[in-house]
Design a protein. Structure first.
Length: 236
């Protein structure tokens, strides 16, 4: 069950989200719907601080003091809206990592049989929930891209860690594709176009658990034909 301290916490968060009117309504509801004690008075005082002319705060004061009012409908509506369940739900949202802006990505140069490739993975943020990985060759030409959506996962409590894991996994997938190209082919003489034709047959992993397992592969250390500079955050 949420407490008045939880209500105060959620109200402060609403203010940071520029939802001052909602914060005042919440404070008034929780001040009036309970004993007229120190906690209730502090909630009401904060409501008045946010909006000195609040009619809702006046109604809450009257109810707390036992003063008859002609119409408490607005206050009753606020009490009905700002339930303990609603406070609990918002508290969970507060606890979630917030990264509406894109997370920092990864960039790697990979040398494969004398050809230098660049792998770049970027996140587009929660407002456009997808990550995309590009494979560059010939000094900057994109020869392969893969885009993966995580729109169905944005409500996860561990969304920041989830997306970070997905980014690393997809980044490594692209590097693994290079390693798995048939070394017996004329790869040493190949252009980016030839490698692209080989990479097109690669099956992208479809689940986060499958992508995560890539991390346990020491593919860079075990492959004599490929080396990496290590993960480097993208410049932003």
């Amino acid at each position: 069950m949420s407490s008045r301290s939880s209500a105060a916490k959620v109200a402060r968060w609403l203010v940071t989200k520029e939802k001052r009117e909602e914060a005042v309504a919440l404070l008034c509801a929780w001040a009036a719907n309970g004993p007229n004690d120190k906690e209730g008075q502090e909630l009401l005082a904060e409501a008045y601080r946010l909006d000195p002319g609040s009619q809702l705060a006046q109604l809450a004061f009257e109810k707390m003091e036992g003063i008859e009012a002609k119409d408490h409908a607005a206050l009753d509506a606020a009490v009905a809206q700002w339930t303990a369940e609603e406070i609990t739900k918002l508290e969970k949202q507060i606890a979630r990592p917030n990264f509406m802006r894109a997370q920092v990505g990864f960039n790697n140069n990979i040398k494969f049989n004398g050809i230098v490739f660049h792998v770049q993975t970027e996140d587009s943020g929660l407002d456009r929930p997808h990550i995309i990985t590009h494979l560059f060759a010939d000094g900057g030409r994109i020869i392969k891209s893969h885009k993966r959506s995580y729109a169905s996962e944005v409500q996860r409590n561990d969304i920041a860690m989830y997306v970070r894991t997905l980014m690393k996994g997809q980044h490594m997938e692209m590097a693994i594709m290079l390693r798995e190209v048939d070394a017996s082919s004329s790869i040493a003489k190949a252009s980016g176009d030839f490698i692209l034709s080989l990479l097109n047959s690669f099956a992208w992993l479809t689940t986060i658990s499958s992508v995560s397992r890539i991390f346990s592969r020491s593919f860079i250390a075990s492959s004599g034909s490929m080396r990496s500079d290590g993960f480097r955050p993208s410049a932003r």
